[in-house]
Design a protein around this ligand. Structure first.
Ligand code: GTP
Ligand code: MG
Length: 183
């Protein structure tokens, strides 16, 4: 009998409170969406097995609390991360501006070997609320990336709706691929 090595990929989702980190994870893992807001306390993870590049991988997705008082989760939490998802809300400009500090916090805590090469991905969530969008849609944003940097960061950007399940699966597939390269 041959034993197949299972690949476990640790993904960490960071971003301000209320941007939809828990909702994205719940939509991706359980196909569920809750309208009611319930702040995450501390951190918890869910796992989902998916196939990428003909390889079965288990994504271990760590959902964190965006609230300030929970921000120091400790070194153990960040250790061994294979990909970091920086999440903002397209209706909330501040949540985009804060991505740099979430990234810096991650790099300080995780102490990754090559910060320059570490796979980060940006998710702009809540695109279903068109009427209160503050951050221009992806096409204009891409322009932003080349001109002055997008939130000062140069990473792949996905726009999603956890509510209507738009682009959620696609984003996590890219996350898995990026994480796999890190392994
Ligand atoms: P913390 O746990 O405090 O860090 O917040 P969070 O980032 O986990 O946000 P959460 O997923 O709890 O979502 C916050 C609120 O936004 C909830 O009321 C969700 O129902 C709502 N929400 C999340 N994603 C979407 C979305 O794609 N569209 C819309 N319309 N609402 C969303
Ligand atoms: Mg949460």
């Amino acid at each position: 009998m041959t034993l197949r090595k299972k690949t476990l990929l640790k993904v960490i989702i960071l971003g301000d409170s209320g941007v939809g980190k828990t909702s994205l994870m719940q939509q991706f893992v359980n196909n569920k969406f809750l309208h009611q807001y319930k702040a995450t306390i501390g951190a918890d993870f869910l796992t989902k097995e998916i196939t990428v590049d003909n390889k079965v991988v288990t994504l271990q997705i760590w959902d964190t609390a965006g609230q300030e008082r929970f921000q120091s989760l400790g070194v153990a939490f960040y250790r061994g991360a294979d990909c970091c998802v920086l999440c903002y809300d397209v209706t909330n400009e501040k949540s985009l501006n804060n991505l740099t500090s979430w990234k810096d916090e991650f790099l300080v805590q995780s102490n990754v070997a090559n910060p320059q090469d570490f796979p980060f991905i940006i998710i702009g969530n809540k695109i279903d609320i068109e009427e209160s969008r503050k951050i221009p849609s992806l096409s204009k944003k891409l322009n932003n990336i080349t001109n002055q940097g997008f939130g000062g960061l140069n990473y792949p950007v996905f726009e999603t709706s956890a509510k209507d399940s738009i682009n959620v699966e696609a984003a996590f597939e890219v996350i898995a691929k990026m994480a796999l390269q890190q392994e």
